[in-house]
Design a binder for this molecule. Sequence first.
Ligand SMILES: [Zn+2]
Length: 225
Amino acid sequence: MEKAVVLLSGGLDSTVCMSVAQKQGYELYPISFLYGQRHSREIECAKKVAEYYQVKKHLIITTNMDSIGGSALTANIDVPEGDENRSEIPVTYVPARNLIFLSYALGYAEVIGAEKIFIGVNAVDYSGYPDCRPEFIERFQQLADYSTKAATQDKREIKIEAPLLNLTKAEIVKLGVANKAPLELTTSCYRGGEKACGRCDSCLLRLKGFKEAGLKDPIPYEGLL
Ligand SMILES: [Zn+2]
């Protein structure tokens, strides 16, 4: 069975991404990060999702990106209310996060002999983060092909797969349901409370996705949502 590294945050998209890799018949090697995020709820969700898939190993890497700061997710900056009309990249962007995460995943894939890395980035219903776009994934692939012993000496390309890249949030939700992904174990809220806030960018995108898919989100929200 071929191996695949899956970047697993514990959110909706990365969990659906896990389900895609599983459907394709890969042995799953999820990797999650304690990167100095202000709440640990997502990592607890990632652990549950990894357990659901009965993976052989769930790698959790600690890397203190809060020492760089510059994001509402790692520094003492308020998480803003969601705003669909915003034209600038919001303060929830974490500087170079996917570049750093993919770099770890690439090194891990090389060590365990995985042929693919799955990442659940999405460039349709998203917050405008530059490291979620197809241009970024394509260029990271080019960089990866020059970065490892696997690619240069052994001529073994490690392929970056972003199966959700061009899907709407509703399509991602439907795909997850079709693949029996454990969406009830995931979290998307930037605020990390016991219940999702229902007001941050990430909650609004998720709720919009379920609504458009004609489905009810299985996770609890604050208030009367
Ligand atoms: Zn929220």
